[in-house]
Ligand binder design. Structure first.
Ligand SMILES: [Zn+2]
Length: 104
């Protein structure tokens, strides 16, 4: 999934917040990175419910090619299935409430 402009801004804000002095590459020591343009899905294998996927953002060192992976949930740009389900349930509850209000 492509990273949208607002998500990109969120990532930059998070990095500025957590690592205000920049990120030093643990391999070559440079601070020159390029952010991947998509949310990648890291497969964590299978459990009883099927395949488990972790959404991650890739930060690649422009100098040596080292890749750092960042949890897209932590960066605030991905939602878990449970979050989406909760949101949908909340929407259903709200629409039921609205319907109830209309009826009364
Ligand atoms: Zn490097």
């Amino acid at each position: 999934m492509k990273i949208k402009d607002d998500q990109f801004q969120k990532i930059v804000n998070n990095f500025n917040n957590y690592v205000p002095n920049g990120i030093k590459c643990p391999i070559c020591g440079k601070n020159d990175w390029i952010l991947g343009d998509s949310i990648a899905e890291l497969s964590l294998g299978r459990d009883e419910d099927g395949y488990v996927i972790a959404p991650v953002v890739l930060l690649s060192c422009k100098n040596c090619g080292n890749v750092q992976l960042f949890n897209a949930f932590k960066l605030g740009i991905a939602q878990s299935d449970e979050d989406i389900q909760d949101e949908n349930e909340n929407k259903e509850t709200k629409s039921k409430e609205i319907n109830n209000e209309k009826q009364s």
